[in-house]
Design a protein around this ligand. Structure first.
Ligand code: SF4
Ligand code: SF4
Length: 511
């Protein structure tokens, strides 16, 4: 049964740009399965949150789908071997989020057999309770595949803790070159529709919407033949960055996510189409997240979408599409608007890598002073003041950047795109966000040290009072009054306390 699009009233988000797109380079070609590389490098932090903890040792053999690192904490997910082989090292590699930072990784030498670990599929996902479904999705290592990398189970758990009105499945791909969501929808529409129903069950959402951009007619048709009246399918205008979480919510519902807040605060949960497909696959086939669609485009011989095993190098992906290294070109991970220039193409594809782009059109023009034209303000979809944010970011005035809502900036690049002075606005916001994170970490350490110092001083004052012969104190005023009654001098009292602590520590070690 097919279901025609409901005439949902659509709204406009502020700012944004109508960009020339280059999706036609890749969106009509079938995706290719990338051959097995010589080496698989799996970073232990492919998501937002705590890095995973290794469960394997160098020299061990592993099977495809085997859990090789476990989640550490609530906002974390496990990592699985994307093929069978031998662990040749547990080392470090540059982080895709910040290439100046090294993060731990597990390196596998594939044995070529692609032999599977034992899988445990669930036939009827509607028969299991939402909490169990959330655990299965967490154990499969599923994270947001639109690029953000937020662990999927966290959004689902937060969803069940609060009543969810609407689940939105985001198929709005607004970056000019990226078409991996378009291809995923065309090739795996059944997974996406079933995955949407599964996620709806996992959070018990009342309504469910799948949104695609109006320039994705084939993807729309592929979904439209499969949905029933439990899911609403909506085309949204192709305006950058309509696929941003807050922007798409505005377009579909007219509601605004409050500054510093999350969609769940207004009863909405959003997942990417790739996440829905991966969640469905993981539960019904038992396969954890091991591969993803990646658009490889730009100045290459045969731009197209690849199905890539996680941990495959960018250089191996580029080889599949006829890449020739040229002096005036760079490789970007992500799209031209939000992506990052990568300096080392041996970096691995991770759960959040949606695109690899080879381009010569990058901003080489010299930065000029801001002329206060205000063009950046007009296009900012987050209603920020980009020129002021820039000035305070460069001046490292962290109080002011926070007051100007730096963390509402989605790094869409609209401001930099229109800036006549070629100011590298987004880089300065990214640096400011790092500066704030470093400051907050240092501040937390300082606060911790201060509390320890104050507690120590307070205890030493109690000890001084306890042995002050001129003072008569009650146990209410000083808890140490009845402690170690037999000890008469201060030094022996402190020594006895130190011994007790040592004994306690030794006992813990023995256990
Ligand atoms: S990068 Fe940030 S400041 Fe610039 S337009 Fe986008 S949201 Fe606004
Ligand atoms: S667009 Fe560039 S020059 Fe114009 S106000 Fe913004 S930062 Fe300044």
């Amino acid at each position: 049964m097919t279901f025609e699009q409901i005439n949902r009233e659509l709204y406009q988000f502020p700012g944004g740009l109508n960009l020339r797109t280059y999706k036609e380079l890749t969106n009509s070609k079938e995706s290719l399965i990338t051959p097995l590389p010589d080496k698989i490098v799996l970073p232990l932090q492919q998501h937002i949150g705590n890095p995973s903890e290794p469960l394997v040792k160098k020299g061990e053999s592993v099977l495809k789908g085997q859990k090789i690192a476990q989640a550490s904490g609530y906002v974390s997910v496990p990592v699985h071997a994307s093929t069978s082989g031998r662990i040749i090292d547990i080392s470090t590699c540059p982080s895709a989020q910040d290439q100046s930072v090294q993060i731990p990784c597990i390196i596998i030498e594939p044995d070529g057999n692609d032999a599977w670990f034992e899988l445990d599929p669930v036939d009827d996902f509607l028969s299991i309770d939402p909490e169990k479904l959330q655990n299965l999705i967490c154990e499969a290592g599923i994270v947001g595949m639109g690029g953000a990398g937020f662990p999927a189970h966290v959004k689902l758990c937060e969803g069940t803790a609060t009543a969810v009105d609407t689940l939105i499945i985001n198929g709005v791909e607004c970056e000019p070159y990226i078409s991996c969501d378009d291809r995923v929808i065309r090739e795996k529409a059944d997974y996406i529709v079933s995955g949407t129903r599964m996620l709806q069950h996992a959070i018990q959402a009342k309504h469910c919407v799948i949104a695609v951009e109006e320039d994705m007619p084939e993807a729309f048709d592929a979904l439209n033949t499969l949905i029933d009246d439990d899911i609403e399918l909506v085309k949204v205008p192709a305006r950058y960055p309509a696929g941003g979480e807050k922007q798409l919510i505005k377009v579909l519902t007219g509601k605004e996510v409050p500054s510093g807040g999350l969609p769940i605060h207004i009863g909405i949960v959003m997942h990417n189409v790739g996440t829905a497909a991966a969640a469905f696959r993981s539960v019904t086939r038992g396969e954890p997240l091991l591969s993803r669609y990646v658009t490889v485009s730009g100045n290459v011989e045969d731009p197209r979408n690849l199905q890539v095993l996680l941990g495959t190098s960018v250089s191996h992906c580029l080889e599949q599409v006829g890449y020739q290294q040229r002096d005036n070109e760079i490789v970007i991970m992500g799209g031209p608007m939000m992506g990052e220039h990568i300096h080392d193409i041996s970096m691995p594809v991770i759960k959040t890598t949606n695109s690899i782009l080879v381009t010569s059109e990058f901003n080489r023009a010299r930065e000029m002073p801001c002329i206060g034209c205000g063009d950046c303000v007009d296009v900012c979809p987050a209603k920020l003041l980009p020129q002021e944010l820039f000035a305070y970011s460069r001046a490292k005035d962290l109080n002011q950047v926070r007051a100007l809502h730096l963390f509402d900036c989605i790094e869409c690049g609209c401001c930099a795109y229109v800036c006549p002075s070629n100011i590298h606005l987004v880089q300065s916001y990214r640096q400011a966000k790092k500066d704030v994170a470093v400051y907050e970490k240092k501040h937390a350490e300082y606060e911790h040290a201060r509390h320890r110092f104050e507690a120590r001083s307070e205890r030493l004052n109690f000890v001084d009072d306890r042995f002050d012969k001129n003072k008569t104190i009650s146990s209410e005023e000083n808890p140490l009054v009845f402690e170690d009654k037999g000890i008469e001098d201060k030094q022996s009292y402190i020594q006895a306390a130190v011994e007790r602590i040592k004994q306690k520590r030794n006992k813990k070690k023995i256990k």
